[in-house]
Design a protein around this ligand. Structure first.
Ligand code: VG1
Ligand code: CO
Length: 543
């Protein structure tokens, strides 16, 4: 193999955020942009020589071309082998499974996840480590440091081979295995869940609508739900991945998954509704006419996971990101298992899962997962729900109502202010941070502040400290709001305001969520002066 050494210079802004490096597709397509970052992944992790990697992505525009570039670069950098999803397609959870199952040195995942795709959309690259999980900060910091000093990258002169056909080929000394994108993932799901019980459920007339949002989960959900488990044909909608996700926004929440919400609101709605995001790691769960908030879903899954073979008697602990509601804490407390609170982003769950301290993890942003891999997993959450419903027999809406009756309800919502000028967003956060010390004891919009801080996390396994992970203001009645800036956007800043109010077991659980939260919403606006700083009178996206 002849490889070329290309002279290059550092490119500004190649700092990975909450989940990898995300930029406009056009930015990633500028000559050398992808190449620089990929070379820095290798250089920042001790080089690629002799190593093996998994490579694949969510099928968005530029996925295939980027896969081919990475194959040529890995070969030129001396990698021994690559496992590549057919046509460069792998969901994020499927990639995580492959890294673990075939014990590779890591994986490169091409995705900007829930961000829109296409020529004018977003693209992203994420490096996962040998445990299958998103690289922790010490690795992303090392990669970023390399981007500031890079002088050259290596790429094979020859082509990347045929990634459309299953089989193996070599690029120089690097063996490339092109594998079926779904097979290994399906095998794993069969090991975890009671597929017979779920098949019996469908055979008995239970109906599901799974919205793949024109994204990567289409082939996975179609094969497993309609193929293996026997859900009626057509149960999976928007099942064919498209490079621009059908022009949509593949973020599974009630705003962007409006088609599913309409179907589930019908008189003749299916029994269960679900959606997944661009790269297949998120899930949205619905019952007839009812949206199950991701925070509630995590609490319910924790309470009933024992109905699935893999989790029966195996729950050692749970973990949630800090802004996620405290509903799961109540379940963990009753079960007598620990509940960990981590910063936003799946990479913070990695150590807890590796150390056997947590079995289930979740985030308010519709990410749920377990120790079966090291990523959140959309279809896994759907299958766990189906397993639970098949074994429990109750309707999901009833099951949730019974849960609230037993534990109380954590009313919860997230308000996003998108694409605000970065300086305005930072000014808002700085002003709020400056007030923190004086807030406890004061009354805001009729509510008394009990504690106010900027969340810092001491990892219980490696003792690393991660600071400034979001301002949280807790009131004396247990209500709270959290504010932080998003780390996945590609334009301006996105302010996320997370709102929570607890109503106990005997309280009213059937209120409109925004009405129930109105005192907390008012307090957040008063304290942070959102309108003054952003010029916005309300949030852009309320989920
Ligand atoms: C968002 C979510 C976070 C999630 C991350 C990646 O991050 O809030 O919970 O882990 O996206 O999800 P941020 O920094 O924008 O709030 V995915 O499915 O986009 O990889
Ligand atoms: Co995702």
């Amino acid at each position: 193999m002849t490889s070329r050494i290309v002279q290059t210079t550092p490119i500004e802004g190649q700092k990975p955020g909450t989940s990898g490096l995300r930029k406009k597709t056009a930015v990633f397509r500028t000559p050398g942009y992808l190449e620089n970052f990929v070379q820095c992944i290798f250089d920042g992790t001790g080089g690629a020589a002799g190593k093996t990697y998994v490579v694949g992505g969510d099928g968005r525009f530029f996925n295939r071309e980027a896969t081919r570039t990475i194959i040529r670069m890995a070969a030129a950098n001396g990698a021994a082998g690559l496992i590549v999803g057919q046509n460069g397609i792998l969901s994020t959870p499927a990639a995580s499974n492959l890294i673990r199952k075939y014990k590779t040195d890591g994986g490169i995942i091409l995705s900007a996840s829930h961000n829109p795709g296409g020529e004018n959309g977003d693209f992203g690259v994420k490096f996962n480590a040998a445990n299958g999980g998103p690289a922790p900060e010490k690795i992303t910091d090392a990669i970023f440091a390399k981007t500031l000093e890079i002088k050259e990258y290596k790429i094979a002169e020859e082509g990347a081979g045929d990634i459309g056909t299953l089989g193996s080929f070599t690029v120089g000394d690097c063996k490339v295995d092109v594998i079926d994108s779904v097979d290994d993932y399906e095998t794993l799901m069969q090991e975890l869940f009671d597929f017979d019980a779920i098949s019996t459920l469908f055979a008995g007339g239970f109906r599901i609508c799974f919205d793949a949002m024109h994204a990567v989960t289409g082939p996975y959900a179609t094969r497993i739900l309609e193929g293996t488990l026997g859900a009626p044909k057509g149960s999976v909608i928007n099942a064919v991945p498209s490079p621009d996700f059908g022009g949509g926004h593949p973020d599974p929440n009630p705003v962007w998954a409006e088609e599913l919400v309409a179907i589930m609101g019908d008189d003749d709605a299916p029994d269960f509704g679900a959606a997944s995001d661009g790269d297949g790691d998120r899930n949205m769960i619905m019952g007839k006419g009812a949206f199950v908030s991701p925070s509630d879903s995590l609490a319910l899954l924790t309470a009933y996971a024992h109905l699935a073979p893999a989790y029966s008697g195996k729950l050692v602990g749970v973990a949630r990101s800090m802004p996620t509601s405290q509903a799961v804490d109540l379940v963990a407390e009753r079960m007598g298992i620990p509940c960990f609170e981590t910063p936003t982003g799946w990479k913070f769950f990695g150590n807890l899962l590796d150390a056997g301290k947590a079995t289930l993890c979740g985030e308010e942003s519709a990410g749920t997962g377990s120790n079966h891999i090291r990523e959140k997993d959309g279809l896994w959450a759907v299958l766990l729900w189906l397993n639970i419903l098949a074994r429990d027999g109750r309707d999901i809406v009833q099951l949730r109502a019974d849960h609230w009756r037993s534990f109380g309800r954590n009313y919860y919502s997230r308000h996003d202010y998108e694409e605000i000028p970065t300086e305005a967003a930072e000014a808002l956060m700085t002003a709020l941070r400056m007030r923190l010390a004086d807030l406890p004891g004061t009354t805001v919009a009729g509510m008394q502040v009990s504690t106010a801080d900027d969340f810092a996390y001491r990892d219980p396994v490696d003792r690393s400290l991660t600071e400034h992970q979001g301002v949280r203001i807790v009131f004396t009645d247990g209500s709270r709001f959290v504010m932080r800036l998003s780390g996945t956007g590609t334009q301006g800043a996105t302010l996320r305001v997370y709102l929570e109010r607890f109503v106990d077991r005997s309280g009213d659980h059937m209120q409109d969520v925004q009405v129930a939260l109105s005192p907390v919403i008012a307090a957040a606006d008063t304290l942070a002066e959102i309108t003054k700083h952003t010029g916005r009178s309300g949030a852009d996206v309320i989920t």
